[in-house]
Design a protein around this ligand. Structure first.
Ligand code: NAD
Length: 295
């Protein structure tokens, strides 16, 4: 049994922390929201009133926060986790954040003698609840070995992607592929139907041809073509368009920083931003097909 701290007990962090408790660990948690704290208490988490209190006495601290600015504010500074934690604490940041903030916090943690992993996830709230998340992990081998037993409680697929920040790199690159392919599928099915080809026929042909891809087979944006797609339930997410927009923006920030041209990623980011601005960020990301159909 370990003493674990957990900061950010929202839609994802709440159930992840609950799974750590159910596996027999002692979990101390903090969140800015009263509602999140109430649910956490009901799930057997000891709640405290500041991030610094979570740090004290914890062998590992997991954070699951909205964005880079929140992660920096929780880790850095005199009252931050890095300054307040016991020596050699293991930090696991599972938030999806920009690569630059991630590597900056890694560096600060290492300079203070702590071990750190960036470990963003895929699998959504259902994966967090069921303990079936995929973890993409960046950081030193020794830190990964310490974190692995915790990832195995909260997730099913755990991949060590390499050095500090590589978990975030994997996450934004993967989701850039997903956003671009969803737009490609949406364009092709809209064009095909407009030219008189039934979506069922295009699916039958493309799913066994060179155009086939994961999003087409699993998240097809046309209702009724694949089992369990969000399109079959009026595009209730799933993976919300606003989340896809966030991840595409992060991949664009990383691309600019690295000086790598990603014209399709840029276009996907612009189109998802337009979709979210139309008030539909709460729909599944596959609902982007509606915008193309309207055009
Ligand atoms: P959420 O908004 O439900 O939870 C975030 C929590 O962090 C909130 O409860 C908020 O009060 C808390 N918080 C913010 N600043 C804080 C601070 N300074 N100190 C303490 N608590 C603070 O968001 P979520 O859906 O749980 O997502 C968390 C992260 O996981 C994000 O980075 C998101 O991109 C990523 N993610 C989400 C999903 C998903 O399906 N929801 C899937 C994969 C990855």
């Amino acid at each position: 049994m370990m003493d674990i701290g957990f900061i950010g007990l929202g839609n994802m962090g709440g159930p992840m922390a609950k799974n750590l408790v159910q596996a027999g660990h002692k979990v101390k948690g903090f969140d800015l929201g009263a509602g999140a704290l109430e649910i956490a208490t009901a799930n057997g988490i000891e709640t405290v009133s500041a991030a610094a209190e979570v740090a004290k006495g914890s062998q590992a601290v997991v954070t699951m926060l909205p964005a880079g600015e929140h992660v920096r504010s929780v880790y850095l500074g005199a009252e931050g986790l890095i300054a307040q934690a016991d020596p050699d604490t293991l930090f696991i940041d599972s938030s999806t954040i920009d690569v630059t903030s991630c590597r900056e916090v890694h560096e600060a943690a290492a300079s203070a003698g702590h071990a750190m992993l960036d470990a963003p996830v895929s699998g959504g709230v259902a994966g967090a609840d069921g303990g079936t998340l995929t973890f993409m992990v960046g950081g030193p081998d020794a830190a990964f070995a310490r974190g692995k037993p915790l990832f195995e409680i909260m997730g099913r697929n755990i991949v060590h992607a390499g050095a500090a920040g590589n978990g975030q790199v994997a996450k934004v690159c993967n989701n850039m592929i997903l956003g671009i392919t969803m737009l490609g599928i949406s364009e092709a099915f809209t064009l095909g139907e407009t030219l008189g080809l039934a979506p069922e026929k295009l699916q039958e042909i493309s799913s066994t041809s060179s155009g086939s891809c994961w999003a087409m087979l699993n998240h097809n944006p046309i209702p009724g073509l694949v089992e369990n797609s969000a399109a079959n339930r009026d595009y209730k997410p799933g993976f919300a368009a606003s989340m896809m927009q966030k991840d595409l923006r992060l991949s664009q920030a990383a691309a600019h920083q690295a000086g790598v041209p990603t014209p399709l990623g840029a276009e996907a980011s612009a189109l998802y931003t337009m979709f979210v601005k139309s008030g539909r960020g709460g729909l599944d990301y596959s609902a982007i097909i509606k915008m193309l159909q309207e055009a």
